[in-house]
Design a protein around this ligand. Structure first.
Ligand code: NAP
Length: 286
């Protein structure tokens, strides 16, 4: 029976360390990190995330400001705000909350955020640092997956790692992070599924990360005995939230498995704070 890999204890430890680090930085520089969230329009689903961001930031000594622009904001107005925040020396890090209204080009806005203030690690410059194996600001969900995998104490050198899903926020950056640890990394995606070879890839995964958004996509019997399973998926089925992996059956096979909810989720906001502190240090500590 697999051991549950919960995100909260790992997040708590990282937050404890960050809190101490922020106190030290405050006495050294006379200022504190400041994270600015930019939200365009109202979105009920992001309200929960915003509240969690604010509470987490403030509990650590990070100043948190929410900049709420109206639903009708034009692209050039949003760009102007990003430019102002980029130039504001008191702002350490910026996050653009998704989704944005349809007249807004989110990718263009993210690319305009100064790479040194990129709280989500999604600027091409920071993604390039992930490619080079030399990252400071990396995509939060991918970093959360790495923290969970590494918490097991596994030596990734030569291990078979299989990622299902090749999104820019999870699968692609995580594949490079695992590669930097010398895991033999396979990335599966829609074409892998369509060709019917997803089971054979999953079956040899010593480390399996699934980030798709389809409940029950990964059958429990495909999961290799003794493996580490990180389920990033979030799916609403009736009144419950489940991942992409058949949890009960997979738990019979794996050595470690993340619960959904309670696995990756609690760590992503923590990684946003970690990035904010890294951004602050890059700007204020010479
Ligand atoms: P996404 O951008 O929609 O990416 C999903 C990926 O899955 C795509 O690469 C897609 O390939 C691939 N895919 C779709 N069907 C497949 C199949 N049958 N077999 C293999 N691959 C398939 O989603 P995302 O933003 O990465 O998020 C993935 C899931 O993680 C969602 O449920 C999301 O809610 C969740 N999530 C959780 C957290 C957290 O903090 N816990 C954070 C972020 C995301 P194509 O693009 O080629 O179709």
């Amino acid at each position: 029976m697999a051991e549950l890999l919960k995100g909260k204890p790992i997040a708590d430890k990282i937050k404890e360390d960050l809190k101490k680090e922020i106190e030290g930085l405050k006495s050294k520089t006379g200022s504190s990190p400041k994270l600015v969230a930019v939200q365009i329009g109202e979105n009920a689903s992001s309200a929960v995330y915003l509240k969690a961001q604010k509470n987490t930031a403030e509990s650590l000594g990070i100043e948190y400001i929410l900049n709420n622009l109206s639903e009708n904001t034009k692209q050039d107005e949003a760009e102007k705000l990003i430019d102002t925040l980029n130039k504001d020396k008191a702002v350490s890090a910026i996050i653009l909350q998704l989704p944005v209204p349809k007249q807004i080009d989110a990718k263009k806005l993210v690319n305009l955020i100064s790479p040194i203030k990129d709280a989500e690690g999604m600027h091409p410059g920071n993604l390039g640092q992930v490619l080079l194996g030399n990252w400071k600001l990396a995509p939060c969900t991918a970093s959360a997956c790495m923290a969970l995998i590494e918490s097991t104490g596994i030596n990734l050198y030569g291990k078979e790692a299989v990622i299902v899903g090749h999104s820019e926020i999870v699968g692609k950056p995580l594949s490079l992070m695992l590669l930097s640890k010398f895991a033999t990394t396979t990335v599966c995606h829609i074409a892998t599924g369509e060709r019917g070879v997803l089971p054979e890839h999953v079956k040899r995964a010593e480390v399996l990360v699934v980030a798709v958004g389809k409940a029950g996509l990964i059958k429990g019997e495909w999961v290799k005995r003794g493996s580490i399973v990180i389920d990033v998926g979030i799916n609403k089925v009736g009144d419950t939230i489940v991942g992409d992996v058949e949890f009960d059956k997979a738990s019979q096979q794996a050595a470690y498995i993340t619960p959904v909810p309670g696995g990756v989720g609690p760590l992503t906001t923590t990684m946003l704070m970690k990035n904010t502190v890294e951004a602050f240090k890059a700007q204020k500590v010479k």
